[in-house]
Design a protein around this ligand. Structure first.
Ligand SMILES: [Zn+2]
Length: 147
């Protein structure tokens, strides 16, 4: 089980919805987030949900001068959102990210090219390492069929 999967399992439905709202925009203020939640017609308990997401290091608050803080996903937050998208596709066994991969930012410090194409469902043709399938050098270029 990867780190994003473990974190995702700890989130309530409301917290995941709030995380997805923050993902859908950049530099949201808390007020804008509240308005977005209201427009969904649901009570997402924004203050509590947001507090938990910040405590889990999934959301970061940036403060510009005297402005209200701007909310953005952290590296981990992107990984959790991307993993939730990965498992929402009906794949028998979703390909997993490796350490240092979150599906959003190219992994840093990787020694050599990725040796196994692990498809990321929402970026067709791309691997969790964010390199195109054609750049992978495996013996057959395809995962073996399931037994
Ligand atoms: Zn790869």
């Amino acid at each position: 089980m990867n780190v994003f999967s473990r974190l995702l399992n700890k989130l309530s439905d409301k917290e995941l919805e709030v995380l997805l709202l923050i993902h859908s925009s950049t530099n949201l203020t808390v007020q804008q987030l509240e308005a977005a939640a209201d427009s969904k017609g649901k009570d997402l308990s924004v203050p509590e949900s947001l507090g938990h997401l910040i405590n889990e290091d999934l959301v970061q608050v940036k403060v510009f001068g005297n402005d209200a803080g701007a909310l953005n996903l952290s590296w981990l937050g992107y990984g959790v959102v991307n993993w939730s998208r990965q498992i929402s596709e009906p794949a028998s066994r979703p390909a997993e990210p490796r350490q240092g991969e979150n599906g959003e930012v190219p992994p840093v410090g990787r020694m050599g090219a990725c040796d196994e194409y692990r498809p990321i469902s929402f970026r067709p043709g791309y691997c969790w390492c964010l390199v195109h399938r054609s750049e992978h050098h495996t013996s057959n270029g395809l995962e073996a069929a399931e037994p």
